[in-house]
Design a protein around this ligand. Structure first.
Ligand code: MEV
Length: 328
């Protein structure tokens, strides 16, 4: 069995707007998806997954249209997860030229699904790395990022940016603007996460923003304003001014809220963090439910979040310098 891991991420700035060519700054965090892959000679794909949201399921099928997964967890979560794994394996078949190859795939993840921490990108990146290496092919992280992006793009009906997949493949803090992706310097950031135990549907949320943008010119301006916040945020990040960084994160959250992608629990956690003295707080990822990220070097935000109704889990996140990683 060949095993790889890849990190999740938080968005300091720019989710949603990045889909329309504005810049975004995600940071990889030390919460990882680990994927083990073993070649099968019968061409079938068998996936066993365990993580915080899918309590453990196994799917075995032919990998073609005739495949009938037989599982006992919510079908929408399974089909979402399977779509990403299927897409990753398609990329592996294409790049290795082994069109008929099958695999046993095992996924373990400490990144909750659909919660804004980049679980799908981490699974896809780790799966592409492990499965290509299982076939004797080693890809550069940028090529893995590109193939993982193509997977997300297809699964999300053409509504995906390169941000999540590039960040997961390369690690660290990154800047993404359209096709332009690169690593940037970031100071040690005191990141605190609040998780409401829920998940948002990325495809639906992105489609909702698209509809608003088409309907109201001021919604398109709101997307542009997020881009302005990000451009300011990049300089502030470089200068290491946490207070100003927090202020801009607050601004970014307000604009996301105006675009309809926040929720009651995300707003409660954001306000709990701010009232506890965090420099700033915002939702991270597609929204609708899931996680917020706050900046606070003290314990106050974690303590406040642990008493906030609607917050199921809170933890401090370390920046992950390393992206996709080969495991023994
Ligand atoms: C989802 O993690 C981030 C979005 O900007 C979508 C994307 O960039 O693909 C909402």
């Amino acid at each position: 069995m060949t095993r790889s891991s890849a990190p999740g991420k938080v968005y300091l700035f720019g989710e949603h707007a990045v889909v329309y060519g504005e810049p975004a700054v995600p940071c990889a965090i030390e919460r990882r998806a680990r994927v083990g892959v073993q070649r099968r000679e019968d061409g079938k794909l068998r996936v066993h997954a365990e993580d915080l949201s899918l309590d453990g399921f196994t799917v075995e099928y032919g990998g073609g249209a005739d495949g009938q997964p037989d599982v006992d967890v919510a079908e929408s979560l399974v089909s979402a997860a399977m779509g990403y794994v299927d897409g990753a394996i398609e990329q592996v078949r294409e790049v290795t030229g082994e069109e008929e190859v099958g695999f046993d795939v095992t996924i373990e993840s400490d990144i909750p699904l659909g919660a804004g921490l980049g679980s799908s990108a981490a699974v896809v990146v780790a799966a592409i790395d492990a499965a290509t290496r299982e076939l004797g092919v080693t890809l550069e992280p940028t090529e893995i990022a590109d193939r993982a992006f193509r997977t997300e793009y297809e699964v999300q009906d053409g509504q995906a940016s390169r941000a999540d997949t590039f960040c997961s493949a390369t690690g660290g803090a990154v800047r993404v603007e359209g096709e332009d992706c690169g690593s940037i310097e970031a100071p040690d950031l005191p990141l605190v996460i609040g998780f409401d135990g829920g998940a948002g549907d990325t495809g639906e949320l992105v489609a909702g923003v698209r509809r608003l943008r088409e309907e109201y010119p001021f919604a398109a301006d709101t997307v542009g304003a997020i881009g302005d916040v990000v451009r300011n945020g990049e300089d502030v990040l470089e200068a290491g001014d946490l207070e100003e960084l927090g202020r801009l994160m607050n601004f970014n959250h307000g604009l996301l809220s105006a675009l309809g992608v926040s929720s009651r629990s995300l707003d409660s956690m954001v306000w709990a963090a701010r009232n506890a003295g965090a420099y700033g707080a915002k939702l991270t990822g597609a929204g609708g439910g899931g996680c917020i990220v706050a900046l606070d070097p003290t314990d106050e935000t974690e303590t406040a979040l642990s008493y906030t109704p609607g917050c199921e889990e809170t933890f401090r996140a370390e920046l992950a310098d390393e992206g996709v990683k080969r495991l023994e």
